[in-house]
Design a protein around this ligand. Structure first.
Ligand SMILES: Nc1ncnc2c1ncn2[C@@H]1O[C@H](COP(=O)(O)OP(=O)(O)O)[C@@H](O)[C@H]1O
Ligand SMILES: O=C(CO)[C@@H](O)[C@@H](O)COP(=O)(O)O
Length: 566
């Protein structure tokens, strides 16, 4: 391999985007830069109680420009920029948007610039619950099971449910929509100067896990599948795409406009995009049958298995299994939890209520001191709760929680479910409550491992990446104890971006394939949490209680739904 050739990995998370510049020879990071989405930070275009989470494309465009330029400057400026060979991008998903014939998002046109329906529908937007239920019902009417590769259940977090919802609720947007595009497909299209929506190179990862694409179906399900669901969908399937590409393939060279904007050479290769957890699994050096868990706001869990060994095996209730969605030539299996760190963030908000609402009217401290005090305390809430919770005895009668605060993604997607905490008494304080919800998130993680194993896919070990994996020894130890398996934490802070950089190195032909890039650029693991055998009994009992409570919550939810629809 040529020496001193650099690649850029860009990772679009839920709240922020980061770019890293990496030496393709050894994965050494030269610089990184993080940018928080400006409009998103102000919660513009969102309505959390109604599950509306929309992101403006300008947040993404500003973010990539700011972070890449900043990273280049930190890395040494032009000398480094001149040796950059490739850029690959991962994003959240399914996070699609309506575009016109030229591939321009409608919200980048004056008519729709403030219309949330013309923006990216973020993965955690659950406004399409009804449409997902309709898709699930409709799929049973066909001889071919179009849901077989997405775990048998279509989710409101995904591509078609979101498209159907938007074109139903917004006639103006419907009339102007030519195509429907995932965030991870739109960014490479922009960077390569695309001007025709029909030429967008669609990611195998996004299409297979969220849009019902499968080689076996000859692409997407036929137009008839969708037009008989709702005539408003007529024509989309045949117009959208047939072919998909794995992320070791180039989407093209950087456009002259973006090369000039970022100060990069004209021949920089842009890779086909993929979802964050999928590239993150590669960044975290995934091996067959290891479950790579990106643990942040949510979790996204990825397992790879050789196609020859998967054969016709289908895993029910996960978020899909797709040939080449992670590593070309292997099946990529996805599962996850819709709220993970978000559950802790929710509790932090609850306990911060007086700080947010009463402190500002204090007559004893001035405004600047209030701000400084708030910042100091906010930073310490989760770490201190974790320290206190770690000291509590683990008993069968402890408070017990269900982690479905943003619905249940896996096993068996059902976004209408909600969280719960039982067993409260007057002795329940903040650390005990926090411990219960933290434990529930770990039980949720165990139920994913259990589902894989029950369906005949062995899980040989766990790889932890993402913010919570890095920041919380408390949660990681609890998870190892509850699942009964060691968890190794990858050394890199920006593991998803590192995975994107690895893909960029393959696209730029600096490494022959993804496996070689992982080997050369990986860097290994820095901590391993071993399970504590003494706790296995009590946690087995608590897990049984968790499952029982989950069944009860599900039953109650159905009862309430029935009484509402009666
Ligand atoms: N010390 C901590 N312990 C546990 N969770 C934490 C801690 N600090 C932050 N978090 C959680 O980490 C999550 C953010 O994870 P991160 O990986 O940084 O973001 P993203 O999911 O957007 O990529 C938040 O939901 C937050 O509640
Ligand atoms: O669901 C997926 C990928 O399929 C993720 O994009 C989603 O969980 C978002 O994760 P992050 O909040 O970026 O950690």
């Amino acid at each position: 391999m040529e020496l001193n050739k650099y690649v850029i990995g860009v990772d679009y998370g839920t709240d922020s985007v980061r770019a890293i510049i990496v030496d393709a020879a050894n994965g050494k990071e030269l610089a990184s830069s993080v940018h928080y989405y400006q409009r998103w930070q102000k919660a513009l275009f969102c309505d959390a109680p109604k599950n509306v989470f929309r992101q403006h494309p300008l947040d993404y465009l500003e973010g990539i420009e700011i972070t890449i330029k900043d990273a280049i400057q930190k890395a040494g400026g032009k000398a480094v920029a001149d040796n950059i060979r490739g850029i690959s991008v991962d994003t959240t998903g399914s996070t699609p948007i309506a575009v016109d014939k030229t591939g321009k998002p409608l919200s980048l046109t004056p008519e729709f610039e403030n219309n949330p329906n013309a923006m990216f529908i973020l993965w955690k937007d659950h406004t399409a619950i009804k449409e997902a239920a309709e898709i699930n019902d409709h799929a049973t009417k066909f001889d071919i099971n179009y849901l077989k590769y997405v775990g048998g259940i279509y989710s409101s977090e995904w591509f078609w449910a979101k498209l159907l919802h938007i074109i139903r609720v917004d006639e103006q947007v419907r009339k102007a929509t030519y195509s429907w595009v995932e965030h991870c497909d739109w960014i490479p299209f922009v960077l390569t100067g695309g001007k025709d929506a029909s030429q967008i190179k669609r990611s195998r990862c996004a299409a297979g896990h969220k849009a019902l694409w499968a080689e076996e179906f000859g692409g997407l399900p036929p137009d008839e599948f969708f037009s008989t669901l709702d005539p408003l969908l007529a024509g989309f399937a045949s117009r959208l795409f047939r072919d998909t590409y794995t992320s070791d393939v180039s989407a093209g060279s950087i456009s002259a406009e973006w090369a000039a904007k970022l100060g990069l050479p004209a021949d920089v290769k842009i890779g086909v995009g993929a979802f964050d957890a999928h590239m993150g699994a590669v960044g975290g050096q995934i091996e067959p049958y290891f479950l790579s868990k990106v643990m942040g706001t949510s979790t996204c869990d990825i397992l790879v298995a050789p196609n020859a060994e998967m054969k016709d095996k289908l895993v029910a209730g996960i978020c899909g299994q797709v040939d080449g969605s992670v590593i070309p030539g292997m099946a990529g299996l996805e599962a996850g939890q819709s709220a993970f760190g978000d559950t802790y963030a929710w509790f932090k908000n609850i306990v911060s209520w007086p700080l947010n609402n009463l402190l500002s009217s204090s007559k004893v401290i001035d405004e600047d001191t209030i701000e400084a005090l708030k910042n100091e305390i906010f930073e310490e809430i989760i770490p201190e709760l974790s320290r206190q919770a770690a000291l509590l005895p683990i008993e069968e009668t402890n408070e017990l929680a269900i982690d479905w605060f943003n619905g249940r993604r896996t096993p068996d997607a059902d976004q209408s479910l909600k969280g719960a905490v039982i067993g409260l008494n007057l002795g329940t304080d903040a650390p005990r409550f926090f411990r219960a919800i933290a434990e529930a998130t770990c039980f949720g993680a165990k139920s994913i491992v259990e589902r894989m194993i029950d369906e005949g896919v062995p899980v040989k070990g766990l790889i932890g990446i993402g913010g919570v994996a890095k920041k919380s020894a408390f949660i990681m130890q609890m998870m190892a104890d509850i699942i009964g398996m060691p968890i190794k934490i990858h050394q890199h802070v920006h593991t998803c971006a590192l995975g994107a950089a690895m893909f960029a190195s393959v696209v730029a032909e600096l490494h022959p394939n993804v496996e070689a890039a992982m080997e050369a650029m990986g860097g290994g693991f820095d901590v391993v949490y071993e399970p504590n055998a003494e706790l296995s009994d009590v946690y087995a009992k608590r897990y049984k209680q968790y499952k029982g409570l989950g069944d009860f919550i599900t039953f109650q939810t159905r009862q309430i739904e029935q009484s509402l629809s009666a």
